[in-house]
Design a protein around this ligand. Structure first.
Ligand code: TMP
Length: 203
């Protein structure tokens, strides 16, 4: 049996991952794809998500927690799916940790801890493709405010933080198979473009 693909959607806050995933769920064949998210994706992972989004903690603790739920997610969701030929669409993965905890938090001293955990994850699987929704953080901030939801502590971290996150994403992707999509384009065009990329990758 052909192995399923592991595809990750990445982007800064407000880039529109949620809208795209809702669209993909409608147009792609349900039996052939599953959807998950980080932080989260399993019962334990969702508890860790709540903690990560609500509590202040040191960047090293943040980094450790982001990897902790990934091991759970690999064993319970990602590997069973791809090993049975089902494609996985994951909202965020290791690139987010590089972008937010190393880049956003300005903690290059945590790189050895990041790299050792990244290697541990790679023993399970590495993404076949990262799709990065690239957006000026000022526009991301405007979109989040327009939605009117309560913002989590990452969304509230400020413009300079989100500019560092964007820069770190671009750095990280130099060594990853990825496509960059301009998230400033209209939502309908963006949805179609995303569908085209995913269909081409999984045909
Ligand atoms: P979400 O809003 O896209 O679901 O993600 C929740 C927040 O968690 C988002 O602001 C980015 C942050 N995050 C990290 O800081 N590091 C990570 O490794 C991941 C996956 C998310």
């Amino acid at each position: 049996m052909k192995r399923g693909k592991f595809i990750v959607l990445e982007g800064g806050d407000g880039a529109g991952k949620g809208t795209l995933v809702n669209y993909l769920k409608k147009v792609l064949p349900p039996g052939k794809f599953i959807y998950t998210r980080e932080p989260g994706g399993t019962p334990v992972g969702e508890k860790i998500r709540d903690l990560l989004l609500s509590e202040e903690m040191t960047p090293a603790t943040e980094l450790g927690l982001h990897f902790a739920y990934r091991f759970e997610l690999f064993e319970k969701v990602i590997l069973p799916a791809i090993n049975s030929g089902v494609h996985v669409i994951d909202e965020r993965h290791v690139a987010s940790t590089y972008a937010y905890q190393i880049g956003g938090r300005e903690r290059r001293d945590l790189l050895p801890l990041f790299r050792s955990n990244e290697r541990a994850c790679a023993k399970y699987a590495t993404p076949d493709l990262y799709v990065y929704l690239d957006l000026d953080p000022r526009e991301g901030e405007r979109r989040l405010k327009a939605k009117g939801f309560a913002l989590d502590r990452f969304e509230l971290a400020g413009l300079a933080f989100h500019q560092r996150v964007r820069k770190a994403y671009h750095q990280y992707f130099r060594k990853q198979r990825h496509v960059v999509v301009d998230a400033a384009m209209g939502v309908e065009v963006l949805c179609k473009e995303m569908e085209r990329i995913i269909r081409a990758e999984t045909k």
